[in-house]
Design a protein around this ligand. Structure first.
Ligand code: RP5
Length: 317
């Protein structure tokens, strides 16, 4: 009996040791992925420190973005937009797309993943949390704002982004489908939030159709449906991870899956586009360094550059 107990305790100890080592290895891999992304050209977070979302309150000054540098003077206002609170999943009314206002009550982080460098990591294993509030901490550092701002979820908020390219039928220049966002009038990819239990590639196709295919004429609409459905049959995953988004806060941030779809010459010439949903306008934008410099997020520019690489670095404009 005693021998059995000793063996059982030994086995449990060994199992816990393996789990601890696995957890350490995973955290190390995650940390490296975050560092690599931050080091990548132009991808350290800047928009997340900006005042570019007109609905946002003023962010606190950030002297040290990196959490590992202790900063006693850093006091970020805690702010979550009233629309987020009104749609909390703990309320009887509203659309319930947002988490509970009190992060302590949030039990779901262990069921959620955070994407970094194309890999998915369990949030509860790799994310650091604020020692006082217990809220998850933005892996790219301080933003000057605590709480969730306009984002519904504590931690990562998942989206999908289509990078749809074509050669302009007359000029032959490489172009990308770009919307003008209604919230801040900036040009961006026509992406959107992943719905509960939705696969990212489904979100990507749905969002493109909603934001770039709001066509009312039935004949043109049918043409758009047929051609875009054909286009979305073949896509390449370009990226999974953090987006430098002006809505990010210390405790809530955007992550996305970006996929590339290239139009064949027929689709390039005949796909009709019309802005809808969150888009004020939609256009085929020449891929030039000037145009890419002013996008909603530098991370979107990165996706478009990855799409170019995916096409073998074709000559652009
Ligand atoms: C960005 O916000 C993502 O890359 C995606 O383009 C977009 C999703 O948010 P909404 O457009 O739905 O507001 O971070």
């Amino acid at each position: 009996m005693i021998t059995l107990c000793v063996a059982a305790v030994g086995a449990i100890g060994a199992y816990q040791g393996i789990r601890l080592r696995r957890r350490r290895a995973l955290c190390h891999k995650y940390k490296l992925a975050v560092e690599n992304l931050a080091k990548a050209k132009g991808l350290s977070h800047k928009k997340a420190l900006s005042q570019e979302n007109p609905a946002y309150i003023e962010r606190a000054k950030v002297d040290h973005v990196d959490w590992s540098i202790k900063d006693k003077n850093y006091v970020a206002p805690i702010w979550t937009h009233r629309d987020v609170l009104a749609n909390s999943n703990t309320r009887a009314t509203g659309h319930k797309w947002a988490d509970t206002p009190n992060v302590i009550d949030l039990r779901g982080l262990r069921d959620r993943v955070t994407f970094m460098g194309q890999e998915a990591y369990p949030c509860d294993l790799v994310l650091q949390t604020d020692p006082e509030t217990k809220a998850p901490l933005n892996p790219h550092g301080r933003t000057g704002l605590a709480g969730r701002g306009l984002l519904g979820k504590w931690g990562p908020n998942h989206a999908g982004d289509p990078v749809v390219t074509r050669f302009q039928p007359k000029t032959g220049k490489l172009q990308v489908a770009i919307i003008t966002r209604k919230d801040n009038n900036m040009k961006a990819l026509p992406g959107g939030m992943v719905d509960p239990n939705e696969l990212a590639w489904v979100t990507i196709e749905r969002e493109f159709k909603e934001e770039a295919g709001a066509i009312t004429d039935p004949e043109l609409k049918a043409k758009f449906e047929k051609l875009s459905t054909e286009l979305f049959k073949n896509g390449t995953v370009l990226y999974k991870g953090y987006v430098d988004d002006p809505r990010n806060t210390d405790n809530a941030w955007m992550e996305t899956t970006a996929m590339h779809y290239h139009c064949d010459p027929y689709i390039a010439e005949h796909l009709p586009l019309k802005a809808g949903d969150d888009a004020r306008a939609v256009e085929w934008m020449d891929i030039t360094s000037k145009n890419l410099a002013n996008l909603y997020s530098p991370t979107h520019r990165h996706f478009i550059e990855l799409a170019k690489q995916n096409m073998g670095n074709v000559k652009t404009a």
